[in-house]
Design a protein around this ligand. Structure first.
Ligand code: ME8
Length: 661
């Protein structure tokens, strides 16, 4: 059967491999993923491309520093980038590496087309060059020093191939006029139009001073300039010279940060025009996430990493924050404080709370089956109207890339439902026929609103909305709901609710921030060897094999990274199918934690209740036999079989939450 779906192709930048992804890169990729999910719900066949930009002097240097060949260095980095996107649930449909053979061929083909059409010529490039770093320094003047090593630059002339960018001033300006949506937002478009109106200089697109690059066939030592190489990756990802077969070119949407706008809106369309290939339909330029009002960079030590946030609050919380906090297109400040505050207010108290209280009331009053509504009163109709209008508003804003506004509209509907429940007070109604009918109407109305906001929020919160969908017992998957057919009144009744799951457990703000920061610190400054978390002859009771005492000594600053506190065991139970593990809940002063401990063969669960133990509280949560464990109980490992003996405080009644130092 022929595939009737319209196609939609979108891309993130092809990221550099001389560093690892931070929240800025994650931002673009998250937005791309949300658009991909949204377009799929609107009936498109979508391809989203991301990848790694692996050539150039910076990679040469980084590989040299790491003492490995460039090919090995970039292979490792590409694996790390791809793994991160996969782990975060934002995998590419096409992950393109600029060292892929298919890409190399596409770049060489594009060059050939540009040359055949008369837009490439050989010339000489004169620039300021650092002989120590083997690199031209763009925009430097004679007499300047190298921004990297501080040594004097030299004026060097090198033979290059040039691209006749100057010939594209008029074609580009005409193109912008004919395609007014090509550059978005509007302010960016004006900036680029004035830049192009100011005149375009020809561009050198090959280098002979760089070794690690795609060779120009028959012209060694020429290699392609990194941008001629990297931009072409968008086309290589969907077929390269055979792009027509796959049908995804021209690209519908390039998402980029404002740092790379010229490359995408001036050079890239000009290269394609020169090759007589179709030009992308749109470039959407977003702003930067700043840390304390400056751009993040590893050297400034102010990068925010995505993994610790996802570990602590869940990926959906990070996605929600990135897309809700800042107007897409503008710069915004990143702060952990704002992140955790939004998590608690909008997710835990907002969506999470509405879902759990609605489910709990349906459970209590209707045996967990979604009731059919009785007669409707004006206030029920009013909420239905809010939901219906939210559908239109949320779509319209999303289509306009006003993601924050779209989410704002969805969350206003959640607030309206909360208000509705508070004023209708279904819990105050009795068991008479009339009261039961009224309760049915109220709970149906609330559940229906919840269904609608769940569908609308799915592109941004894919994991948690899937849970709410299952909780509402609705058929199929939320991801397969067709947005075009979404209307009030489609809630399937009579179905049994799914199992309640903790959606967004509330967190203590200070503690959450400390834990995220500790995990980030660990990731940025990994311990050189396996860290010795517990003293010699001790082990952790986390169910993992007893670790041998580490031989290395650690400094006090390493020990200080481990946060141990006095906890009190509140509940303890065995875990079916895991005979060594106990599932404990432990009061650590600021909250109650669920922790799994590998002590089931030596401790009776009921005898543990009330016992005070030492808990490592700043470990990343993990799952043991499918059960979440959020911390670690400290125990000595005794005898050849490593019998765990819990560390404790028999002599004094220590306060719960006291820190062990
Ligand atoms: O420029 N805030 O790669 P790159 C928001 N390889 N977005 C940010 C950000 C921040 N603080 N920091 C990075 C390159 N980004 C080239 C691209 S494309 C053919 C070649 C995002 O690793 C944003 O999308 O430096 C920005 O444009 C991109 O990462 C730069 O990634």
């Amino acid at each position: 059967m022929p595939n009737e779906k319209p196609k939609f192709y979108l891309t993130t930048p092809i990221y550099y491999t001389n560093g690892l992804p931070h929240i800025g890169h994650t931002y673009t990729t998250v937005v791309a993923d949300a658009i991909r999910r949204y377009k799929r719900m609107r009936g498109y066949e979508v391809v989203m491309t991301t990848g790694t930009d692996e050539h150039g002097v910076n990679v040469e240097r980084a590989a040299q520093k790491a003492g490995i060949p460039e090919s090995e260095y970039v292979a490792r980095m590409a694996v790390a980038w791809k793994a991160l996107w996969d782990d975060l649930g934002i995998p590419a449909d096409e992950f393109v590496r600029t060292t892929d053979l298919g890409h190399v061929r596409t770049v060489q083909w594009l060059f050939k087309l540009c040359k055949e059409n008369g837009y490439v010529y050989k010339g000489h490039y004169t620039g300021q060059y650092c002989i120590y770093d083997n690199a031209f320094v763009n925009d430097a003047k004679p007499g300047d020093t190298c921004p990297d090593c501080g040594r004097p630059l030299e004026t060097i002339t090198e033979e290059n191939y040039f691209f006749k960018l100057s010939a594209f001033q008029k074609p580009l300006l005409d193109f912008y006029k004919k395609n007014p949506n090509f550059i978005q937002p509007e302010t960016r478009k004006n900036e680029i139009i004035s830049f192009v109106e100011g005149g375009l200089k020809d561009l050198s697109i090959t280098r002979t001073t760089v070794r690690w690059g795609i060779p120009v066939p028959g012209e060694e030592p020429h290699v392609f300039y990194v941008w001629f190489d990297a931009l072409t990756a968008y086309l290589s990802a969907v077929g390269g010279p055979d792009y027509e077969k796959r049908g995804f070119w021209p690209c519908d949407l390039h998402l980029v940060g404002k740092d790379i706008i010229r490359f995408h809106t001036v050079y890239w369309p000009a290269f394609l025009m020169a090759a007589m290939l179709p030009v992308p339909k749109q470039v959407w330029v977003h702003g930067w996430f700043l840390m304390d009002s400056t751009k993040m960079s590893k050297s400034k030590g102010n990068v925010v990493l995505p993994r610790p946030i996802a570990n602590m609050l869940g990926m959906d919380a990070m996605r929600y924050f990135l897309m809700r906090e800042v107007v897409f297109g503008q710069d915004g400040n990143f702060s952990y404080d704002a992140l955790v505050t939004r998590y608690n207010s909008d997710l835990a108290n907002g969506l999470g709370n509405l879902a759990s209280r609605t489910a709990a009331m349906i459970e209590k009053n209707f045996g967990g089956a979604i009731p059919k509504p009785g007669p409707r009163l004006p206030q029920d109709e009013a909420l239905a109207k809010v939901a219906s209008e939210t559908i239109g508003e949320a779509f319209e804003q999303f289509e306009n890339f006003a993601f924050a506004r779209s989410l704002e509209a969805i969350w206003a509907a959640i607030a309206a439902a909360d208000k509705y429940l508070t004023s209708e007070q279904p819990w105050a109604l009795g068991d008479s026929e009339a009261d039961t009918q009224r309760k049915a109407t109220i709970l149906w109305t609330t559940a229906e609103l919840l269904r609608i906001v769940t569908v609308l929020a799915y592109p941004v919160l894919p994991d948690s909305t899937a849970k709410v969908w299952a909780l509402l017992g609705q058929p199929g998957r939320v991801s397969s709901v067709e947005l075009d057919g979404l209307r009030w009144g489609q809630l399937v009744t009579g179905v049994q609710l799914g199992k309640a799951q903790a959606l967004f457990p509330r967190v203590d703000r200070q503690e959450a921030i400390e834990r995220i920061e500790a995990m980030a610190n660990e990731e940025l400054n990994p311990a050189p060897a396996a860290p010795a978390v517990v003293p010699a002859h001790a082990t952790t009771a986390s169910g993992a094999a007893a670790a041998p005492a580490a031989a290395e000594k650690i400094g006090i600053e390493d020990f200080a990274k481990v946060e141990m506190r006095v906890g009190q065991i509140k509940t303890a139970e065995r875990i079916v199918g895991a005979d060594k593990l106990l599932k404990l809940t432990v009061d650590i002063g600021t909250e109650i934690r669920q922790i799994c401990a590998g002590i089931a063969q030596y401790y009776e669960p009921e005898k543990l209740i009330g016992r005070k133990v030492a808990v490592v509280v700043n470990l990343a949560p993990r799952k043991l036999r499918g059960v979440e464990s959020n911390g670690m109980i400290v125990a000595a490992s005794v005898g050849p079989e490593g019998r765990p003996v819990l560390a404790g405080f028999p002599d004094e009644d220590v306060e719960i939450g006291a820190r062990l130092k």
